[in-house]
Design a protein around this ligand. Structure first.
Ligand SMILES: [Mg+2]
Length: 183
């Protein structure tokens, strides 16, 4: 039996409605007036606070289990179930929290080259052939490692006139299905 190709799937705002849950919690807990389209993963900037305060808040988010309470994007399931017959599916979580706080250590290093390389290496290690992710930077890194990337969703944070070679935009899970149907 030939080995199946691997699709790596991001969680936040691909499988789960991260931005929605995040701003809802933030508005309640810290009295912010955020809407989902305000969301981006540089939290200190998003909240307009110092890094140490952002880290303290991140701690609250984790302890309250906010991430576990996010809704999933409901049309993902039938598409993933169909794709699982042809592909191996791997979940990768490029959540800002883990990448910036624990791995890279510094919030400001979103464009840090070694951090970017780390993600590409991770995908290579997984042996991924495809990545589905809502962040342009992750799709770009994947494409640089010859992994075809599907830029997921039409979100405020992933608008782009021109996409790098190897990065394809899909608006939703139907778009994901159509992309792989055409392969
Ligand atoms: Mg994401």
């Amino acid at each position: 039996m030939t080995k199946k190709e691997i699709i790596a799937v991001d969680i936040d705002d691909v499988l789960a409605t991260n931005a929605e849950g995040f701003v809802e919690f933030s508005n309640k807990r810290w009295g912010t007036n955020l809407v989902p389209s305000d969301y981006h993963d540089h939290w200190a900037e998003l909240w307009g606070v110092e890094n140490h305060e952002a880290v303290a808040r991140a701690d609250v988010l984790v302890k309250d289990g906010v991430f576990r309470s996010y809704n999933h994007l409901e049309d993902a399931l039938p598409v993933l179930s169909k794709l699982s017959k042809r592909f191996d599916l791997v979940v990768v979580n490029f959540k800002g929290l883990f990448k910036e706080v624990y791995f890279a250590g510094i919030w400001d290093e979103i464009t840090n080259h070694s951090a970017q390389k780390g993600k590409g290496d991770l995908l290579k290690e997984i042996g991924a052939h495809y990545l589905i992710d809502d962040q342009i930077k992750h799709c770009k890194t994947a494409a640089e490692h010859d992994i075809e990337a599907l830029l997921f969703g039409n979100y405020s944070w992933n608008r782009a006139e021109d996409l790098p070679a190897g990065v394809h935009r899909v608006s939703n899970w139907r778009g994901v299905a159509e992309f792989f149907d055409a392969r």
